[in-house]
Design a protein around this ligand. Sequence first.
Ligand code: ZN
Ligand code: ZN
Length: 342
Amino acid sequence: MKALVYHGPGKRALEDKSKPIVKEPTDAVVKITRTTICGTDIHIMKGDVPTVTDSRILGHEGVGVVEEVGASVSNFRTGDKVLISCITSCGKCEYCRTGMFSRCAHGGWILGNTIDGTQAEYVRIPYADTSLYHIPDGADEEAYVLLSDILPTGFECGVLKSEIKPGDMVAIIGAGPIGLAALITAQFYSPAEIILVDTDPNRLDVAKTFGAAKVVQYNAVDEIMKLTLGKGVDVAIEAVGTPATFNICQSIVADGGHIANIGVHGKSVELHLEKLWAKSVTITTRLVDTATTPMLLKLITSGKLQPMKLISHHFVLNEIMKAYDIFGNAAKEKALKVVLTN
Ligand code: ZN
Ligand code: ZN
């Protein structure tokens, strides 16, 4: 089968790999019909994620059709249309029992990281019963690809962690797919205003269509302090993963405010405790647990959540090398999510 394979920082190839098989009774093999490239894959390509080793098939998002299930899989059978969660959970360990699936002792974020992922014609999904979701009959599959990772990530790591309340001033640093997912789901809680910060004017235009009250392209700290009359924001969401963007969050958070980090960081950041120590500020980190996927799935199915504008480009799986080039040059190519069909 065709698959996108990582060969160390900066090196990737579309290659022929053997089709995965059911190895454990709890496994399913899924034929991928739609997959996508994540900002995390770009971090992997830069060498920011050392757990990803040579010859790994990348990808942790996708929808597909169950091809084969192991003997103890009871929720899914061959032919079922499924959403693949970016987080694999055994459902039984200490962490899974508290809903912290991302820390699962036997899973967590392993797809396209420590085991082969979804940017391929087929993928093996361990603990299929607790790592896959049914897609309703007749539903538009494409919207569900956005539920594998970005919508639950923006919601859980950005919105839930920062405890956005009605009336809050919110700033989201980074208007990529994850920042936009946080923008969409933050509105569940009626914040007063959401300000989006990015250097890419196209992404800021998209942010406005998703409900950003204000957008800031340059001098983020000065602009946001002006917009908030010197108080700063109640919630600053970091959705990039660089020291510079984390610094913006530290500089704009209001007294008693929250900084919620979502970004994948490859370098350490400087924590300005000399300024923050007395401000009653909360800083949170989290990897998505996908515990909210069933709720988000209902909202997509009912049409309350309309994330399709997050998809900017379509390719077939065979064009994935080009799709990476385009997604990696997002500003020039006006790229958000690129969907690959197989
Ligand atoms: Zn991702
Ligand atoms: Zn577990």
